[in-house]
Design a binder for this molecule. Structure first.
Ligand code: ADP
Ligand code: MG
Length: 255
């Protein structure tokens, strides 16, 4: 049995100071599953993604990513976490794409994509360059390797950001409102790249307000509110027939 591309969480809790941001979160994402997360601002969506990517550690509960514990409590006193080195290795297998692209502004698109393989994985430069070229082509930006972020539109920058994440050969891709900062006419080109990735079998967790994407591409949908998963299920079923009052009210606002 392979655990690659899976996420398993039980009873996850996360607080910042006295504020509990995630409460009793259970997650089961299968290999190749596309899971969309929706919910109002401040409900904990980004924090949950950051835990799955190892940018944050959970305070309580079990979190396994790609079959490996990112942290868990067995008792109230014993926290088990990966060593720093192992966590760094594991983190390379979980790609993340943010709302604000976060490209290195002083590097070309090609160098942005090569940075992980060369600087983090100490890979061969020539090989990384060829891979960058292939990735640029796969996101529809073949001729743009020499462009700097400022010379690219938002939609192009976000596609470079996706290519950069893919360059690390991740088993899971996380997207945190990847189209929210884009002009409306650029949203489609980014969603098309994500859809392509989904069809290739990548495990994806996508925080989004794009209900059309969720309906068309997602297998499962989670609705979060105030740090909890309020409702979950088959994406089309939840969107068409939300059971919880809070989900209904949220969908009425955004649809
Ligand atoms: P969402 O992505 O759903 O908008 P977030 O996960 O960003 O929600 O935030 C959930 C809550 O946690 C918010 O109240 C936010 O202010 C708080 N929060 C997030 N990150 C931090 C942090 N590093 N320190 C303190 N509070 C934080
Ligand atoms: Mg957020």
């Amino acid at each position: 049995m392979t655990c690659d591309g899976t996420v398993h969480g039980r009873g996850i809790r996360k607080s910042f100071g006295s504020k509990t941001v995630l409460q009793n979160i259970d997650l089961d994402i299968a290999s190749g599953e596309i899971c969309c997360i929706i919910g109002p601002s401040g409900s904990g969506k980004s924090t949950l993604l950051r835990c799955v990517n190892g940018l944050e550690t959970v305070d309580l509960g079990v979190l396994k990513v790609n079959g490996e514990h990112f942290g868990y409590y067995e008792t109230d006193t014993a926290f088990h976490a990966l060593s720093r080195k192992r966590l760094a290795e594991q983190r390379t297998k979980v790609g993340i794409v943010f709302q604000q692209f976060n490209l290195f502004p002083n590097m070309t698109a090609r160098d942005n994509i090569m940075a992980g393989p060369v600087l983090v994985k100490h890979g061969d430069k020539q090989q990384a360059s060829e891979q960058a070229q292939q990735l640029l082509a796969s996101v529809g930006l073949s001729g743009f390797g020499g462009h700097y972020p400022a010379q690219l539109s938002g939609g192009q920058q976000q596609r470079v950001a996706i290519a950069r994440a893919l360059a690390m050969d991740p088993q899971i891709m996380l997207f945190d409102e990847p189209t929210s900062a884009l002009d409306p006419e650029k949203v489609g080109e980014v969603l098309a790249v994500m859809k392509d990735l989904a069809q290739k079998g990548m495990t994806m967790i996508v925080v989004t307000h794009e209900m059309g994407f969720a309906r068309e591409v997602a297998d499962t949908l989670l609705f979060m509110d105030e740090g909890c998963i309020v409702e979950r299920g088959d994406a089309r079923e939840v969107l068409a027939h939300p059971k919880e009052r809070r989900t209904q009210a949220f969908l009425e606002r955004v649809l």
